[in-house]
Structures are given as C-alpha cells and as structure tokens.
Design a protein. Structure first.
Length: 181
C-alpha cells in the first residue's frame, strides 16, 4: 500500500522552495528601503539573483524527486472534479516555478549582467543585451511572481480547508516531522 505522506526530502524541498520564493519576492521591494546608488540596494539585487539560482537548483531537485518518488494518493473522499483541480493547481505551480526562474535568468542576461551565486561562481550572459526585450521579460517575470503568490495562497487555503473542514490528511502529509493519519 502506498504511503499517504510525502517523503522527508519532498517535504524539505516544498518548504525550502516556499521560503525562497517569499525571500526573493521580498527582496524585489529593496527600493522601499534603499535609495538609488545605495550599496544596500545592489546587495539586495545580488541576493535576489543568488537566491533565485538556489531556487532553480531546488526546483530541479523537486521535479526529480516528484518523478522518482511520485506523490501519495489523494483522499478517496475527494470528487473527480476536486482531484482534477488539485492536480491542475499543482501543475500550474510547477509551471510558474520553472517560468519564474527561467524568466529571471533570461532577464538578468538581457540586461547585460552575469549571474553570480553569492560570489562563488559567475555565469556570463550568453546573449547580447537587449533592453527592450528585457522590459517584456521583466513584465512576464513579475506577472508569474504575482501569480505564484496568489496560487500558493489558494493552495494553502485549500490545505487548511481539507484539514479543518474535511478533516482529511491533505495538510498533514506535507508537514515536516509529521506523518499522515
């Protein structure tokens, strides 16, 4: 019988990615705290890019883990429509995660900047800078970032609804250190 809980590595990746998405999103508001030219502003963007690269690696690991380990079955009490919505929401979350990091990397290169990971290594831009295209990519990157926050919020509300209203194991199977009922 398959486990009704996610594996510890899947849980760790889920929560690490959640925290990194929030951190990256928060770092985009550096203009509220630092004036143009302030070194803190540059540090915030450098951190945003470095965390984005870490996020890219964790998303790749999460995709590999999902393909290798699968997912626990959804509760049998869910209707076909509910299961389809859950699977669709998860697919959209994955697409947005991949899209956000892909667009972020592309944006950095189109601006003429190299990618750096906390100063440990640098990946130079393989494309010629294009400020016009960079603006379009920036808009798409921001739209995906906003969309993932909205969808992740709905995802959390659904998990809480399952836990407190439906009283099933949808939430507990992803909580760290907890096993599903």
């Amino acid at each position: 019988m398959p486990s009704s809980s996610y594996r510890p590595i899947q849980k760790a990746l889920h929560w690490a990615i959640f925290l990194l998405v929030l951190a990256c999103y928060g770092l985009t508001y550096n203009g509220l705290f630092f004036a143009k030219g302030d070194p803190g502003r540059a540090l915030a963007w450098w951190s945003h890019i470095s965390l984005g690269l870490l996020l890219t690696a964790l998303i790749a690991a999460r995709l590999v883990a999902r393909l290798a380990l699968g997912t626990p079955p959804l509760p049998s009490t869910m209707s076909g429509a509910e299961m389809a919505m859950a699977k669709g929401a998860h697919l959209l979350l994955y697409l947005l995660m991949v899209g956000i990091v892909g667009l972020g990397i592309t944006l950095t290169w189109l601006r003429g900047d190299a990618l750096t990971f906390f100063g440990l290594f640098t990946i130079p831009a393989p494309v010629v800078p294009d400020r016009g295209l960079a603006l379009l990519v920036k808009d798409a990157h921001e739209l995906c970032a906003d969309a993932i926050l909205v969808l992740a919020g709905l995802h959390a509300v659904a998990a809480l609804w399952h836990h407190y209203v439906r009283r099933d194991d949808v939430l507990t199977r992803m909580l760290p250190g907890r096993s599903a009922r």
